[in-house]
Design a protein around this ligand. Structure first.
Ligand code: SF4
Ligand code: SF4
Ligand code: FES
Length: 235
């Protein structure tokens, strides 16, 4: 079957402004969008830039806006969409480096500022730090995050009302350590998020939860952080 693609193109070394280019691809309804992108690059236009690595929804590098919705190109089949026309654009909010490739640096800068690692000053045990199954359950959902940035790029607050808002992906990572029984920095982590650009920037629009390719309950995790901050101030 023939599919048509309109793809965002921008090469800062040549182009003054972005433009769109049309392609036609022969593909099977069971093919992935990523397969079509590779076909275009291999058979029609080697200058088209896009990222991918694992091809199986694990690395998070091929996040794109497909027909207006941020998702992973390797996780979407042609038959997941009605019709045979596709509009492919880079994920919003992050600066475009070339075509569908964005700079992830602003995303990871925020991410790093929330200390996305275990903090525990106690002497490490000789074996692993033990965690009970019920403690593990508290972080089971959020540890599925692959840092693809689909949620942060889709959040209506991040794009229009408050560009300084840390965004849902960073909050998911913060939740992972706040709720980890082995981490001892909970109070400081909650304090650093208790701001307008921290957890209170979230207006509970649920867009992040809607688009997450790992089906993480992003808004629920954010609300749990809000609740913990409220409970702390009631103490
Ligand atoms: S729930 Fe919060 S973080 Fe998620 S999209 Fe809405 S405002 Fe953004
Ligand atoms: S929460 Fe989901 S959408 Fe957001 S970065 Fe993690 S995997 Fe991607
Ligand atoms: S290529 Fe790795 S998640 Fe799609």
């Amino acid at each position: 079957m023939k599919y048509s693609f309109k793809i965002f193109r921008f090469d800062p070394s040549h182009d003054r402004t972005p433009h769109y280019r049309d392609y036609e691809v022969e593909a099977d309804p069971k093919d992935r969008i990523l397969d079509c992108l590779n076909k275009i690059r291999w058979e029609q236009d080697p200058s088209l830039a896009f990222r991918w690595s694992c091809g199986h929804g694990v690395c998070g590098s091929d996040a794109l806006k497909i027909n207006g919705v941020c998702t992973l190109a390797c996780q979407k089949l042609m038959r997941d969409y009605e019709g045979s026309s596709f509009l492919l654009e880079p994920i919003p909010v992050l600066p475009v480096l070339k075509d569908l490739v964005v700079s992830m640096e602003p995303f990871f800068r925020v991410y790093r500022s929330l200390k996305p690692y275990l903090i525990n000053p106690q002497e490490p045990p000789t074996v692993e730090r033990i965690q009970m199954p019920e403690e593990r359950k508290l972080i089971e959902d959020v540890i599925k995050c692959i840092s693809c940035a689909c949620c942060t790029s889709s959040c209506p607050v991040k794009t229009t009302e408050n560009m300084n808002f840390v965004g849902p992906a960073a909050l998911v990572k913060a939740h992972r350590y706040i709720c980890d029984s082995r981490d001892t920095s909970t109070i400081d982590r909650l304090k650093s998020l208790d701001t307008k650009v921290g957890v209170w920037g979230c207006k509970t629009y649920f867009k992040c939860t809607e688009v997450c390719p790992r089906s993480i309950k992003v808004t629920k995790a954010i609300n749990q952080i809000k609740r913990k901050i409220r409970n702390k101030s009631d103490d």
